[in-house]
Design a protein around this ligand. Sequence first.
Ligand code: SF4
Length: 385
Amino acid sequence: MTAEKINLLGLSRGKLKALFAELGEKPFRAEQVMKWIHQRGVLDFDAMTDISMALRERLKECSEISPPKIVEGFTSEDGSHKWIIMVASGSKVEMVFIPESDRGTLCVSSQAGCTLDCSFCATGKQGFNSNLSAAEIIGQLWWANHYLGGFKNNMERPVSNVVMMGMGEPLLNFENVMDAVDLMMDDCAFGLSKRKVTISTSGVVPAIDKMKDFTDASLAVSLHAPNDELRSQIVPINKKYPIAELMRAVKGYMESLPDRRVPVIEYTLIKGVNDHRQHARDLAALLESLPCKINLIPFNPFSLSDYERPSNTSVSNFRRILQEAGYTVTVRTTRADDIGAACGQLVGDVVDQTLRSVRHKKNKKSKIGKVFDRADNLAVTADRI
Ligand code: SF4
């Protein structure tokens, strides 16, 4: 039986150096290979002209450089791109590139499906299939550079920012995400600033606690509610790790960073559920002790959900209350609607081993009804904007 080849694409500098040490090679050879793969976009060992023929042959015997397969690509009228990627488990995941005047942001997936089932999320409705390997995660950035011309000589890299806000909860695929993030920021690979690589979590507290030992990337937190009762309905992991524990872990991580950076608090505004003025006031009070920026995301409707998008007035009132309390607030504008690329609510085509999507179709009405009942019980309907 032939041994499975090691995929060099997903190896961090430390792991690649360890492999080269096993082969009896100098560590700087690992750095040369990294630059060929991640800076020049080369997948063929024979094109690595500053590596000896003998080493190239040895590498071919034990390893490969294999990005995941792209099965489809779409370009939006607004210049955004979405690609569908087939991963080893047979599921399809999505990545989205959003160009803006001063940056190019790639939204990357970390899992095929997701176990966490946040109530507003299309990915969560599909159940969980698999973790992506480090090569399948960094491979998304590799492909984006390949398609957008980032590997050409003298071309400015088109992707300046990466957000781990695609399919999946990044911190439930910890080691692979940390290796991929390492490569995103490594000067021998993509060399992105730590301020421009953001890991977004729904609140896996033990993983946030250990992040500081592995990375200094930026952090975004999917909060979506200002109190535990409501958050537990929208983000079920809150039942296990309630808001107070989450705030403690986020503060701990931010304090571990050598520079002054603040987390981004993500808040999806859902009509009639969490978009009342009292929610905004409660959110302002909750975040008083955590320096942060707030990103409001008007809910983007999809077929498995009965949630609705809030009105523009409702969004601007919510924003105003937070701004008056002293917060920097952004509102995510809808991009690439024509190609179904709402970052953070990606759909993909997951092999749903949990049959969760079937359950969601059956229970759709009753479940959504429950959330609205809950909001009514909180006596906030009188305060509707
Ligand atoms: S929002 Fe993120 S963590 Fe929640 S279900 Fe969707 S992919 Fe999973």
